[in-house]
Each structure stands twice: as C-alpha cells, then as structure tokens.
Write a protein of this length. Structure first.
Length: 263
C-alpha cells in the first residue's frame, strides 16, 4: 500500500531504493527522514502481527518474506540498494533473516536499535536471560503481576495458576485466557501518574517486562521505583554475529548518506 496516492509528478525519479524492516517508532522516524530525499524511495516492511499498526510514511509492505532466502530474492527482485533493520529488540528471528538475506543479495545492512533501559538508584531489578527464566523467577518475587511482555509470550505464564496477572497487550491473544489472567488492551505512551494508579488499583506487587528501551513505555519503571516494586527484566537476545549497529535515527541517516550518495 502507499500512504501518498498523489505524488509530485515533477519530482525526479528516485535513484536508490531502501528497505526498512520496521514496526518501531525508530523505523517510522527513519522513513520520515529519508523520504525527504527525492532520490530515495523507501519501502517499510511490517510483520503484520498487530491488527492496527501505526503506519510510516511512504510505501508499506505487510507480511513475511519466507525466511532469509525469500527476503534475499525479494531484495534482488525489487532492486533494493540498502537495508536498515529497525525491528523490535526482541524480533530475533527477523534480525537473523535480515543479516543473512542482505549478505546473500550483496546489499549493505545496518541495525538500528534503541538502547536498553538503565537501572536507577532505588530500582529493584532482577535480570533474567530469557522468557523461561522469567517464568521460573516470577513466583519468588510476587503474587499479583503486571505483565508487559506482549501477547505472544502470555501463554508461557498461564500455567502459573497460583499467581494473578494483569496482562497488558495491544491485541488480544487468539485463545481465551483463564480466570487468573486479566487482559488490558492498550498502547503507549504512558505516564508515571497513570502507571502508578494502575499498579495501586490492581494491588500489583511485581512488574515483568522486556528491556525494550525507549520513552514510550518507560513510565512503568519509574512508577515501580517510586512504589518500591521489584521488576523482573528479561534481557534482549544476543545475536550470534552482531551486525553493524547504530542507536539513533540521525546515525542511520548518516550511514545511508555514505552509501546512497546524492549528486
């Protein structure tokens, strides 16, 4: 689909084509920044896991590619000149596919990933390496859980019937949830006052989250700090071969300027 159905017919034909693997605020900001260049056409790819995603400017593709090989074929068929992977920090499979596909197609590849959160004085964080470790640890920290790890991980916590969960999700899971799980459908940004009120209203005594980083959902950590709640923080998956990575949109734009020169 295309956001702009009425392009400026006097604009020069783009010389370069960029694929942004997106779905994040950083991906949307990058697409907006690059579309200001008339010599670059931007295609943003979304996985399609959210029913009503926030769409970036420019051309948008929704759905998978069929793994690294399928993506490599797509890059060649659409004459893509560079790939920027700005997917969620926990989209490990897409990250690997992007690296492998770019290598197969001989296309420059960059990872744009916002920094994780940093513990502040007064925080009671308990870091665990993965989802399985979080499931094992949460009963030792509390009984009423604010769970903000997304709908795809919800099933892992359902067997913990001795706990009560307030599971905040954008879209509801396909399967019905049991009585000890209450769904809260919402999407950030959130405020510290709002998060504090939510925790108090539901008598939450432990927060479980991923180290997603960014300001959009950081308020829950500030609220937990103020209320003295423990936070179970699931670490990001570490890639076997770390790609070239930047942490800001400005850095990604400068990288593109070097590889897709004007003039």
């Amino acid at each position: 689909m295309t956001i702009d159905d009425h392009p400026d017919r006097t604009s020069p034909e783009p010389r370069w084509r960029l694929l942004v693997l997106g779905g994040t605020a950083e991906a949307r900001a990058l697409a907006a920044a690059v579309t200001a260049r008339p010599d670059v056409a931007v295609v943003s790819s979304l996985a399609g896991r959210v029913a009503d995603p926030r769409l970036p400017v420019g051309e948008v593709r929704i759905g998978g590619f069929g793994g690294a090989t399928g993506l490599a074929r797509w890059l060649a068929a659409h004459r893509i000149d560079a790939v920027v992977d700005a997917t969620h920090p926990y989209a490990a499979r897409m990250r690997v596919s992007g690296i492998e596909a770019a290598a197969q197609a001989g296309v420059p590849h960059l990872r744009l990933e916002r920094p994780g959160w940093t513990a502040q004085p007064g925080d009671r964080w308990h870091r665990v390496p993965d989802l399985a470790a979080a499931v094992a640890a949460v009963p030792t920290l509390g009984r009423r859980v604010l769970l903000t790890t997304g709908r795809q991980s919800l099933a892992a916590f359902v067997p913990l019937t001795g706990l009560w969960f307030l599971a905040r999700v954008v879209d509801a899971p396909d399967d019905p949830v049991p009585a000890h799980v209450r769904l809260l459908r919402s999407r950030g940004p959130y405020t510290v006052d709002g998060e504090t009120a939510l925790i108090r209203e539901h008598r939450i005594d432990v927060l479980v989250t991923k180290d997603s980083g960014g300001a959009l959902t950081e308020a829950k950590l500030t609220a937990a700090r103020r209320l003295g709640l423990p936070v179970l923080m699931i670490d990001r998956p570490a890639p076997a071969t770390p790609p070239a990575t930047v942490t800001t949109v400005d850095e990604a734009v400068r990288w593109l300027d070097r590889r897709l020169p004007t003039g």
